[in-house]
Design a protein around this ligand. Structure first.
Ligand SMILES: Nc1ncnc2c1ncn2[C@@H]1O[C@H](COP(=O)(O)OP(=O)(O)O)[C@@H](O)[C@H]1O
Ligand SMILES: Cc1ncc(COP(=O)(O)OP(=O)(O)O)c(N)n1
Length: 530
């Protein structure tokens, strides 16, 4: 069987480019513009056509790609470059324009003068309504991606280009001048290039030092608009130029205004740089996060939200198990004053917690969830408080609310008063989840304890199966609320959960804080047991 590689050319002779109706050629406000990237392939996905396709898609465009070159590269550098026969590039371009109306073209790595000639001829025939040229010469890694002799070819291409987007090195090479040392010099060079070639120039200042990353849109009539964004402190800048130019091409086809398109693309790029570390790709200059907006607003699947929150509170979980209170409770060495203080504060906490659970019940969207939270509220009052009171009868102590308890219940009541159902659920969850985790671990320790444990009967109740089951249900309810909620509500849930998780740590730390510090500095709270 013949492989595609050895197959005869798809088209014997290039058909004439399909002429779009004048209306569609000039049309602006296309919501899903058909955007063609003519560029090289970066198999690691951060630059080249892969970056272009992502940037075009992230802006609602329909992405197409004609390959000029194949590179073997990753985030640390370019290993080799293969330029297929230019006739094949011509076939790719003709196949696309013979069939599809193209709303915008983004041109990236061309590599050789021959490739530039093919692209220039095709552009002259098809005259797409938006042409953005990113004059790729050198990769972020420093590897060359354009033959030095190809400079003239690039200059000829400017005739068919609406916007060229050089960085400071590329700008200098295009003009045959030394590289600009500051942004003013770069701006001066941008004005020269724009005037000499009748083209708009986006001067990119990403490689200049400074807290701000300045770019300037220079029109051939000398009009200048400067765009600035705080420099993002990240090593992950692979493909910034590719992605910016592809985004601008797509936006221009939608908005028909270069300044608006550049401003929009630049602010998108800033967030893509800020969130690039989330992708964790490679050991060198990693890719930017093209789909940050989409992924942020996408509903989490199954238990993804709760898993994320659980990971995010790892610090708190570790902190709890490092507390003297927990270590001494497990070892049976905890002073009874500390235990009594904890019990008293927990009893005070539970009486408010029960009201907040009742609020969750009132807000619940289904009868099942309504009953679940109402049951939790009732259980707090009837079972848990009875247990605490029973224990407290053996450890008489002052029952005034301590500072941590006050802060924790104030937080819960605040969320209950003004938060959404999801936020209330997220706020009450750490009390279930972290307590269940502490219970599980302490109970295991207790089972391996030899001899009589002073808090044995208390610890025996810790790993209650019903409570573990209730915790699982509460987690599942929170995940369902997160899936239904908006991105903004999930942020509120995340914050409510994080605050409560920290208060859980503080709550377990409070007995020692009280006896080691607070009590000495404040009025005595009365006689304590023991
Ligand atoms: N660390 C950064 N923080 C914010 N924006 C940046 C950063 N690095 C580059 N940019 C922006 O990315 C775009 C690409 O710029 P530049 O790095 O100069 O060109 P190229 O990627 O083609 O080498 C520009 O809009 C520039 O301002
Ligand atoms: C195939 C390919 N095209 C272009 C580049 C350049 O990308 P990068 O090195 O990240 O530089 P900018 O996109 O920021 O200009 C490449 N490496 N590979």
């Amino acid at each position: 069987m013949e492989t595609l590689l050895s197959a005869p050319p798809l088209l014997d002779s290039p058909p004439p480019a399909r002429e779009a109706s004048p209306g569609s050629r000039q049309q602006r406000g296309v919501s899903h513009p058909r955007v063609l990237s003519i560029a090289g392939s970066d198999p690691s996905g951060g630059a080249g056509i892969q970056a272009d396709i992502k940037a075009i898609s992230a802006h609602g465009g329909y992405a197409m790609a004609a390959l000029t070159a194949l590179t073997a590269q990753n985030t640390t550098g370019v290993h080799s470059v293969h330029v297929p026969p230019v006739a094949f590039l011509a076939e790719q371009l003709e196949a696309i324009s013979a069939d599809i109306d193209i709303d915008a073209v983004k041109i990236g790595m061309l590599g050789t003068a021959e490739v530039m000639t093919v692209v220039g001829d095709w552009l002259a025939r098809t005259r797409p309504p938006v042409v953005v040229l990113d004059p790729v010469m050198v990769a972020t890694s420093g590897d060359e991606l354009m033959a030095p002799a190809a400079r003239q070819g690039l200059l000829r291409l400017l005739e068919s280009t609406h916007l060229v987007t050089p960085n400071i090195l590329e700008l200098a090479v295009l003009l045959g001048q030394p590289q600009a040392k500051n942004f003013d010099e770069a701006l001066g060079q941008g004005l020269q290039l724009a005037a000499a070639h009748g083209v708009a120039v986006l001067v990119k200042g990403g490689h200049l030092p400074g807290e701000e990353c300045l770019d300037a849109l220079v029109q051939h009539d000398g009009t200048v608009e400067v765009f600035t964004a705080p420099r993002v402190d990240t090593p992950n800048t692979h493909g910034t130029g590719c992605s910016l130019s592809a985004a601008v091409a797509t936006l221009q086809a939608q908005k028909g205004d270069w300044a608006v398109s550049v401003r929009h693309a630049k602010s998108w790029l800033s967030v893509a740089l800020e969130t690039a570390h989330e992708l964790n790709v490679g050991e060198g200059a990693g890719p930017i996060n093209h789909f940050h907006a989409l992924w942020d607003s996408a509903a989490p699947t199954l238990d993804a939200f709760s898993q994320q929150l659980w990971q995010e509170c790892e610090v708190q979980r570790e902190a709890i198990f490092g507390l003297d209170f927990i270590k001494e409770l497990a070892a049976g060495t905890l002073h009874s004053d500390h235990f009594a203080y904890y019990l008293a504060q927990d009893a005070l906490y539970l009486s408010t917690y029960s009201r907040v659970l009742a609020r969750a019940s009132a807000l619940a969207p289904t009868e099942v969830e309504q009953k679940f939270w109402a049951g939790g509220a009732q259980n707090c009052l009837e079972v848990e408080l009875a247990l605490h009171r029973d224990w407290l009868s053996h450890y008489p102590t002052d029952m005034r609310q301590g500072p941590v308890t006050k802060h924790y219940v104030d937080h819960l009541q605040g969320v209950a008063f003004s938060g959404s159902y999801g936020e209330v659920v997220a706020a009450v969850l750490p009390c279930y989840w972290l307590y269940a985790e502490v219970g599980r671990v302490l109970h295991q320790d207790y089972l391996s304890f030899s001899g009589e444990h002073p808090y044995g009967t208390w610890l025996a109740t810790y790993a209650d199966d019903d409570f573990a089951q209730a915790t699982e249900t509460a987690v599942a309810i929170m995940d369902a609320a997160a899936r239904r909620g908006s991105a903004r509500e999930r942020e509120g849930m995340r914050a409510a959960f994080a605050h409560s998780a920290q208060y859980e740590v503080d709550f377990f730390a409070a007995p020692h804080s009280f006896f080691d510090g607070w009590a000495a500095k404040s009025a005595p709270i009365g006689a304590l047991g023991d």
